[in-house]
Design a protein around this ligand. Sequence first.
Ligand code: SF4
Length: 211
Amino acid sequence: MYPEDDYIQLSSLQHYMFCPRQCGLIHVAGLWEENRFTARGRVLHERVDSGEEEMRGEAHVVRSLNIYSRIYGISGRADVVEFRDQHGVIVPYPVEYKSGKPKPDARDLVQLCAQALCLEEMLNIKVTEAALFYGKTRHRVKADITEELRETTIQAISAVHEMVRTRTVPDGRYMKKCESCSLYDACMPKLGERKMNQYIRGLFDFHEAAP
Ligand code: SF4
């Protein structure tokens, strides 16, 4: 069990799966920059974060639900949770909204699975299915919460906890996806490793010296 002060944000898992260095820059060094991708996501979430509840067919739909797991030390908000009646048992079905399109990696799935882990612990019920809604393609992709996905998610959770505990910002190197990273300017991925580490040390010195 993790104390509440040590909880990491659900969003940190998506950052970690995109790039461990990006995760470290945001969740250890405290940097954040908006670009056109993050702005699009923020606008979509502002629409989803209305906090409204409604009945949609047989499902009770709750938006912007605060969720957490003491076992894994994670917390955040689920965009939408549909509570569905399955043969007399009410089962939560998380739906995460993403502004873009389906990704070639598991970053969205891991964040979704972490939501499932939270809901399982909070409600003491197994979550086997969930979905991602993509704003660009405007369609839902169903996701099975498989054992393999759970393992990947739990490994990512452990890695982010370790990064935050040790205040480590991993090294980075230039990749094609750096071009879509909101922290490109702060990260400077084309610089040599030594210069990057000097830069990060300078950031910590600045934060510690600030009143
Ligand atoms: S610019 Fe590239 S290496 Fe740097 S944080 Fe972003 S994705 Fe990672």
